[in-house]
Design a protein around this ligand. Structure first.
Ligand code: UDX
Ligand code: UDX
Length: 464
């Protein structure tokens, strides 16, 4: 069988960038070119100031960059010169028209497929890396078929299971790799060609080979199952608060059942990130499309629970602060959707901040990796109020101490490690009294905070 010598990846984002960097590091004999329509992004990948923050990524990039890893905006030549093309463009939820708010917007995927069809002069294996609704490969195949000048295409689905913040680790030691393809001789050959690449560093028994549709659907539903666990434990937080149970103890007791397991049972202010909500909405849309309203409603409830959790957290702050936060400063610690990433897509922080601003609070924010521009863009995107008001009412600080100065309350949104080692006495001394602390992640030592003088409200914990 022919060994792949050249790869191109369209989309230099959170998925494409790290994935290609690790492939290039592990397969020095394969030339890997990452292309993107965004020239700024490509320029940043050439420097030591990478466009995305991931622990360990810079080391991997530095090892392979210039050797067999390249970044470019010349999409056409990269496609032409490569035997295998990964599509890693973003697939946001549609904001218009048919399927608005649910279906995935496949505009970028379609554009990429058309581009590949247009410029290819030799046979290619096209790999879907983006999370896509089931049967997208069908559309890609249709587009590719229309344009061929005798060139043959094979379409594979190879969904990414990396989580942000641990991307490099997840890529280097994945639980499994999933490759779906047509069950024809050519399809099976393409599956083998991609398997061969991963087999450079992953044991073959961890590389799962399936039909195309199974692979596409597995990715959507794996995310739905993970999100469902978080919504399940979060659904218990309100009950714990009402009954005096402690959600961390409950999660521990549940998770030690080996049939259940301990992961993804950490109660929180709500899950965020680019995948969970989008993929579940997609699944819901798919179920409705196939006339399965009960199945659609079942999965939609995971999202409803998550929206409730974000809203409940903000409402709890307002109620506790004597039913009004008007003119009061509230400090938000963390804006990213989880620690160790600068990604803010669907972060609970956006919705909590928005609710507090609607109640006329003054919000002070500190996040170690997220820029002020990003925070304002996130808020403005909701269009709840004019951008100018967001700028007046929300102030971004460069450290936690300034963010908390003169605040009536602090809300922990992201579980950044550095929040655990802050000088809480110093923070308390500079706050308005009574000083409240709402721990949306339960990462702090609450009894210590109470000794300092804070009134602590922890998610899923009744009055202690
Ligand atoms: C990925 C997956 O692709 C998505 O399906 C999954 O659900 C989440 O993760 P991600 O890498 O996080 O997306 O997206 P992003 O960081 O936005 O990167 C996508 C890149 O593709 C961007 O840099 C964008 O400029 C580029 N792009 C987009 C193109 O190069 N061409 C296009 O036509 C569209
Ligand atoms: C997720 C999937 O884990 C990954 O396999 C898939 O490929 C892409 O989507 P990611 O979105 O990067 O990865 O982050 P993840 O670690 O799954 O966290 C998602 C959200 O859930 C975060 O907001 C996180 O804080 C929250 N979460 C996670 C909880 O609230 N509690 C938990 O126990 C775990």
């Amino acid at each position: 069988m022919k060994k792949i010598k050249s790869i191109c990846c369209i989309g230099a984002g959170y998925v494409g960038g790290p994935t290609m960097a690790v492939i290039a590091q592990q397969c020095p004999e394969i030339k890997v070119i990452v292309v993107d329509i965004n020239a700024d992004r490509i320029a940043q990948w050439q420097t030591d100031n990478l466009p995305i923050y991931e622990p360990g990524l810079l080391e991997v990039v530095k090892e392979a960059r210039g050797r067999n890893l390249f970044f470019s905006t010349d999409i056409e030549n990269a496609i032409r010169d490569s035997e295998m093309i990964f599509m890693s463009v973003n697939t946001p939820t549609k904001t218009y028209g048919l399927g608005k708010g649910r279906a995935a917007d496949l505009k970028f995927v379609e554009l990429s497929a058309r581009k590949i069809a247009e410029v290819s002069t030799s046979d290619k294996i096209v790999v879907e890396k983006s999370t896509l609704p089931v049967r997208t490969a069908e559309s890609i195949k249709t587009i590719l078929k229309e344009h061929t000048n005798g060139v043959k295409f094979q379409v594979l689905s190879n969904p990414e299971f990396l989580a942000e913040g641990t991307a490099v680790q997840d890529l280097q030691k994945p639980d499994r790799v999933l490759i779906g393809g047509d069950q024809t001789p050519e399809g099976l050959q393409a599956i083998e060609a991609l398997t061969d690449i991963y087999a450079h560093w992953i044991p073959r028994e961890q590389i799962i080979q399936t039909r195309l549709w199974s692979s596409e659907l597995s990715k959507l539903t794996a995310n739905a199952f993970l999100a469902q666990r978080i919504s399940s434990i979060n659904s218990l937080t309100a009950l714990c608060e009402a009954t005096g149970a402690d959600v961390d103890e409950v999660a521990y007791a549940i998770g030690t059942d080996s049939r259940i397991g301990s992961k993804f049972l950490k109660a929180s202010v709500g899950f965020g990130g680019s995948c969970f909500q989008k993929d579940i909405l997609n699944l819901v849309y798919l179920c409705e499309y196939f006339g399965l309203p009960e199945v659609a409603a079942y999965w939609e409830q995971v999202i409803i629970m998550n929206d409730y959790q974000k809203k409940r957290f903000a409402t709890n702050i307002i109620h506790t602060l004597f039913n009004t936060v008007s003119g009061k400063k509230i400090a938000l610690l963390g804006w990213a959707f989880k620690k160790d990433t600068n990604d803010t897509r669907e972060s609970a922080a956006i919705y909590v901040a928005d609710d507090l601003l609607s109640d006329l609070a003054q919000v002070g924010v500190y996040d170690p990796q997220v820029s002020a521009d990003k925070m304002y863009a996130d808020l403005n995107y909701l269009q709840t109020r004019p951008a100018k008001e967001n700028e007046q009412m929300l102030e971004v600080h460069s450290n936690a101490y300034d963010a908390c100065k003169d605040a009536h309350a602090i809300a922990i949104i992201t579980e950044w490690d550095e929040f655990k080692t802050l000088d809480w006495q110093r923070i308390f001394d500079q706050m308005k009294k009574p000083a409240f602390l709402f721990d949306g992640r339960n990462i702090l030592n609450h009894s210590h905070l109470r000794e300092v003088g804070f009134i602590v409200k922890a998610i899923g914990k009744g009055a202690e």
